[in-house]
Design a protein around this ligand. Structure first.
Ligand SMILES: [Ca+2]
Ligand SMILES: [Ca+2]
Ligand SMILES: [Ca+2]
Length: 283
């Protein structure tokens, strides 16, 4: 389903973690053009349905740790019959199945990993992960984890710097859409869009509940919202919204800012549709 590539054992050769429907695989690079399957001996065997994985050094010891995003508990032996609104038989969506908890593994620096899913609290909230991106979203020097879920709330795991994480997705405005409805979170990316030295977040999804198929906006249209605690650690965090039209073009629609506990709509970008085919500009 997916792959994460990084040098987990610090020997200078990039290794691979492959996610599958079934058992995942950790492939150690032998440095001679071949790889060895070290899934079992590394302690990173995850079965079920994994989609995205990411290497990150969440404890800052110089050794890459591993996050594995898991989807839903689907089995071929337990197929359900699902119907579309028209009554016709349809495929079963993600809400037809129980989501699987994600996993976090800490690198022991000896080629093996410790499963810290429970102690890190990563396993406490999950919703059928399809995408994951690791970046320092609050600029404190400790890498955080954003998990995009399919039809269930997303998680923004903020690194607490003590081996644990806290899900701030709801307060950060990236768990749900502006109507409080989960979106179909899929591919995600992070980058410093605004050139301020802080990671911004972009998520690609398609809102199947939208009235038209051309509208898919994941943007908290919340102006001046203060978190209950009022003292969020976020200084700048941005949620990008993209429209995924029938023409498969992606358009960035806008972004919101989180600053000292306030979520503010700081910009809105409107990109006009291209002229219809056959039309020409008048000279
Ligand atoms: Ca390596
Ligand atoms: Ca580490
Ligand atoms: Ca951080």
């Amino acid at each position: 389903m997916g792959v994460a590539a990084a040098d987990f054992n610090n020997d200078g050769w990039v290794d691979l973690y492959v996610t599958n429907f079934g058992h995942n695989q950790m492939w150690r690079n032998n440095g001679d053009g071949t790889f060895t399957d070290v899934t079992r001996e590394s302690g990173t065997d995850v079965s079920g349905w994994s989609c995205s994985a990411a290497f990150l050094d969440y404890d800052r010891d110089g050794w890459l740790d591993l996050f594995v995003g898991n989807y839903v508990d689907f089995r071929f032996s337990d197929q359900k019959k699902c119907l579309a609104a028209s009554g016709a038989e349809d495929y079963c969506g993600p809400l037809s199945f129980n989501p699987l908890p994600n996993r976090l593994f800490r690198n022991r620096r000896d080629g093996t990993f410790e499963d810290v899913t429970a102690s890190s609290r990563i396993g406490s909230e999950f919703g059928g992960a399809l995408g994951v991106i690791c970046a320092d979203f609050n600029g404190d020097g400790w890498v955080d984890i954003y998990v995009a879920n399919d039809k269930r709330p997303n998680q923004l795991w903020v690194n607490q710097r003590d081996g644990t994480f806290k899900n701030d997705g709801l307060v950060a405005g990236c768990a749900l859409d502006q109507d409080g409805i989960p979106q179909s979170g899929m591919g995600v990316d992070a980058g410093d869009v605004l050139g301020r030295g802080l990671e911004d977040l972009a998520q690609h999804f398609r809102d199947i509940q939208a009235r038209t198929e051309t509208v898919a906006i994941d943007l908290p249209f919340i102006d001046e919202f203060t978190s209950p605690s009022g003292d969020r650690i976020f200084t700048h965090h941005f949620v990008l919204a993209r429209e995924h039209g029938k023409d498969s073009r992606e358009r960035v629609m806008g972004y919101a800012s989180i600053k000292n506990g306030k979520i503010s709509l700081i910009n809105f970008v409107s990109v006009p549709d291209p002229p219809p085919e056959g039309s020409e500009k008048k000279k």
